[in-house]
Design a protein around this ligand. Structure first.
Ligand code: NI
Length: 440
């Protein structure tokens, strides 16, 4: 049909939002295309699961992703943030630009599931030989986004706007001395280059059953800071502690004191917070008081002001507790902290009907704050963003006691993948179509 014989078509083409019927057709076609690609999503996911790679080492994964996107005819950019792959799909109709993000890295965990495609891969991490496992489900995220790209390409001509696919490395944190992840992608200019007006991401989650979606407007996941405390005493014989300064006892006092930072000094009615000591290292023998003790740990917060106060309180407590015993102590925050994952409230309201349409209203639930962290936060800091959880624990199991993400027994129910990919596709297409379809 030509534009001359159908003048109304011109206005449709120039309009950034599709008329309702067109949007419905498009959404239905994408949903059908996603259904068609499901078996391949499972194939890709199993392949990635069996061949996991550590952060900033996602060479094989990113090669497979880039080849797939090229085959689909997308503009593909590599060489970003070490192993990131960015694909750009320009739809045939005018419309907004959005980014969909998937992370690609595995963890230094020895897999203990009995899956036929379990990982037997080993690698080196902190100078130790370790097992590698997709214990956080990033294998599924990557496979889902590859499937989504394929489904959206099949409706390319009718697609209003542009979809940018961010395949991101190193969500779990770059190895010591390296940069990586979302912050490095942003530093290297992906937001300026591709200019998404909104960024979307999802995470598979063991604490919810298959069929459920969890969301939350505003703060969703905690900001995280890693810290290091070094207590410096003076080495002496264990039989003559008065001859030195004992950093082991000072460290014990500091660990006790740290318990008061949240319980006594933080307004927990405003926001929850967590201070954890994860490791203590010091000494070599039963009868030597060592020179120093090192402690490392994590801080989780939901508010920048509260974060600053907690850091100040820890520093004061650490330095003065040490001073009280004649020791000294340093407290350092690692540079690679994650901000809070904050969902844009308006965007959350806008995409909710899309999730409800796909999952069924009763299966989409507002979730409490999550004290886990996610470097998607860096995207959410700079562009209106929405991040949500998809349950992956088989319905017959109790999600509360199921092995959690990062466990060597983490198990992803593949029956959850259709909902994950269909909901991701629906919110993308509905957003591009400028529609709040579930509202009607
Ligand atoms: Ni994760």
């Amino acid at each position: 049909m030509s534009l001359r014989t159908r003048p109304w078509l011109l206005s449709v083409l120039l309009c950034s939002s599709l008329p309702a019927q067109g949007a419905e057709d498009l959404a239905a076609r994408v949903d059908a295309a996603i259904a068609k690609v499901q078996p391949r999503i499972i194939e890709w996911r199993r392949d990635f699961h069996q061949n996991p790679e550590l952060s900033n080492r996602e060479f094989r994964t990113s090669k497979i992703v880039a080849e797939h996107l090229r085959k689909l005819g997308l503009q593909v950019d590599t060489g970003i943030a070490k192993t990131a792959v960015v694909g750009v799909l320009k739809g045939g109709r005018p419309g907004p630009t959005i980014a969909l993000r998937a992370d690609m890295d595995g963890l230094p965990v020895v897999e203990q599931t009995d899956l036929p495609f379990r990982s037997k891969v080993t690698s080196t991490y902190r100078n130790e030989t370790v097992g590698v496992m997709h214990a956080c489900g990033h294998d599924a995220h990557t496979a889902i986004l590859m499937g989504l790209a394929e489904a959206l390409v099949s409706v390319k001509n009718e697609l209003p706007g542009t979809v940018v696919f961010f395949f991101q490395p190193a969500e779990e944190g770059a190895p010591a001395g390296e940069e990586g992840g979302a912050s490095l992608m942003i530093k290297e200019g992906v937001l300026e280059k591709y200019r998404p007006e909104a960024v979307f991401g999802l995470h598979v989650f063991s604490n919810m059953p298959t069929g459920m979606i969890g969301y939350r407007g505003g703060p969703l996941m905690a900001g995280s800071d890693s810290y290091r405390i070094v207590v410096k005493g003076r080495q002496t014989h264990g039989a003559r502690p008065w001859g030195g300064v004992d950093p082991v006892v000072v460290s014990a006092q500091i660990v006790g004191g740290l318990q008061t930072v949240v319980s006594r000094m933080t307004d927990i009615t405003a926001n929850p917070a967590v201070v954890t000591v994860g490791a203590i290292k010091g000494g070599i023998r039963n009868n030597i008081v060592p020179d120093d003790v090192e402690m490392i740990g994590t801080i989780r917060t939901f508010d920048p002001q509260q974060r600053r106060e907690i850091i100040d309180n820890i520093r004061r407590l650490v330095e003065n507790t040490a001073a009280a015993s004649g020791a000294t102590a340093t407290f350092e925050i690692d540079p690679g902290s994650n901000p809070v994952v904050r969902n844009d409230p308006e965007l959350t309201t806008r995409v909710l009907p899309s999730l409800q349409r796909i999952a069924g209203g009763g299966n989409v639930r507002a979730v409490p704050l999550v004290t886990g962290a996610e470097d998607f936060a860096f995207f959410a800091e700079r562009a209106p963003s929405f991040f949500y959880f998809v349950g992956v624990t088989p319905r017959e199991q109790n999600p509360v006691t199921a092995a959690s993400n990062h466990s060597p027994l983490f198990y992803l129910d593949e029956a959850a993948l259709p909902l994950a990919s269909r909901s991701f596709a629906a919110l993308a297409v509905d957003y591009l179509s400028g529609e709040r379809r579930g509202d009607r």
